[in-house]
Write a protein that binds this ligand. Structure first.
Ligand code: XLS
Ligand code: CA
Ligand code: CA
Length: 438
């Protein structure tokens, strides 16, 4: 196999003062942070679709990048060239995981039996490439949103035949995920939502989605899939409203349908901000419900109302992300760069610059989050802020032994309570700045 990215060397850690554009400034795979090497804190993954398929086409113009990798697009030779390019890219960057949709791997045929045959062939090839490397699959999924048949969703479609087709794709994608040793299986509700309630039976659609997920869990477990299923919340786009709006909504849905033992969240930073939340909020909601599974590591543009899937650059956000992840004891999944270069950044070097930016931004976030935890002032402040619930009546409230009558009697006795203690937000923000830039 010939080298595809000939001008790109293996990317090395050269330290914060390096000006080498093809070197890590902060991501030092073996550096130990809070007792574990960075590479274990940060199981990074490459997204097949953005890195090997997307070439810059948007609503107003065609491809700017050449992702043919020397083969004719739409052929199995091209599918294999993408495998070669992906493995070279991951190896040069020290990325140990990848994520895929079924149709990212091979051109889709008219007949699903032929598509599945192609998928068998390409995954044999991927397995061969995995041998002798430490590269593994993070998660797999089925694309049930691009083909026109899914215009009304997959699990939420109004067509039972389309629903069967979705089931067939999930079945195959699960088999491939197991074959490639994937840690997880993702449901992103691509078009699981609606454009107008005038034509929508919302209850039926949600029940049907839950049934499809239940069938997927039962089948997955029957073929030896022991990993987590994930819901990846997103509030809108492509649909006007999507049922997996945010983590709280998705967790409520999973509990309602008894799916919460098999599912966790795959939280994407860009989807969090589209839902009107911070990335940290979505991570916290997932973590306190025991459902923080995996992360789609990207960022959006707060001035735009759509999903831009940019490589992460915002160190405040990755710091608070890693703060949540460290406090949750790490992820069972990983950090998937669901991110693409901007359309005018169309060269091979740009691909590597994107990953270097993302990996360094998360490495910095990890270092700063560890420093915040070791510093301890944030934790101590929060503990003290709720201290009134650690003793006396507050403790009885926390223990669940207080009654409404007892509390009311106490309130009458005291007259009026003193104001709660100050939230000290600006002081706490200064601590964060001090750790980031001190
Ligand atoms: C799209 C989603 C998608 C999922 C996988 O907005 O981020 O790429 O991660 O289907
Ligand atoms: Ca995503
Ligand atoms: Ca996205």
């Amino acid at each position: 196999m010939s080298e595809i990215f000939k001008n790109i060397p293996p990317i090395q850690y050269k330290g914060a003062n390096s000006t080498d554009p093809l070197a890590f400034k902060y991501y030092d795979a073996e550096r130990v942070v809070l007792g574990k090497p960075m590479k274990e804190h940060l199981p990074f993954a490459m997204a097949w679709w953005h890195n090997l398929c997307a070439a810059g086409t948007d609503m107003f113009g065609r491809d700017t990048a050449d992702k043919s990798f020397g083969a004719e697009k739409g052929t199995m030779a091209h599918a294999k060239a993408k495998v070669d390019a992906g493995f070279e890219c991951m190896q040069k960057l020290g990325i140990r995981y990848f994520c895929f949709h079924d149709v990212d791997l091979v051109p889709e045929a008219d007949d699903i039996k032929e598509t599945n045959r192609r998928l068998d062939e390409i995954t044999d090839y991927i397995l061969e490439k995995m041998q002798g490397t430490d590269i593994r699959c993070l998660w797999g999924t089925a694309n049930m949103f691009s083909n026109p048949r899914f215009m009304n969703g997959a699990g939420s479609t109004n067509s039972a035949d389309v629903y069967c087709f979705a089931a067939a794709q999930i079945k195959k994608a699960l088999e491939l995920t197991v074959k490639l040793g994937g840690r997880g299986y993702v449901f992103w509700g691509g078009r699981e939502g609606y454009e107008t309630l005038l034509n929508t039976d919302m209850k039926r659609e949600q029940e049907n989605i839950a049934r499809l997920m239940r069938m997927a869990v039962d089948y997955g477990r029957s073929i030896g899939f022991t990993g987590d299923f994930y819901i990846e919340p997103k509030p809108k786009e492509p649909m006007k409203h999507q049922y997996d709006f945010d983590a709280a909504t998705a967790i409520g849905f999973l509990r309602q349908y008894g799916l919460d033992k098999d599912f966790k969240m795959n939280i994407e930073a860009n989807h969090a901000t589209l839902a009107g939340h911070t990335f940290q909020h979505e991570l916290r909601v997932s973590a306190i419900n025991g459902m923080l599974g995996s992360i789609d590591a990207n960022q959006g543009d707060l001035l735009l109302g759509w999903d831009t899937d940019e490589f992460p650059q915002n160190v405040y956000d990755t710091t608070m992300c890693m703060y949540e992840v460290l406090k949750a004891g790490g992820l069972t999944g990983g950090f998937n760069f669901d991110a693409k270069n901007r359309r005018p950044s169309y060269t091979a070097e740009d691909i590597f610059h994107g990953f270097i930016l993302g990996m360094d931004t998360f490495a910095l976030g990890l270092l700063k989050a560890a420093a915040l935890i070791e510093d301890g002032r944030l934790d101590a402040f929060v503990k003290e802020r709720y201290a009134s619930f650690d003793e006396g009546v507050g403790k009885r409230i926390s223990d669940g032994t207080a009654t409404l009558e007892e509390l009311a009697a106490r309130a009458e006795e005291m007259g009026a309570p003193a104001l709660p203690s100050s939230g000290r937000q600006e002081y706490l923000q200064s601590i964060v700045n001090g750790i980031l830039f001190g």
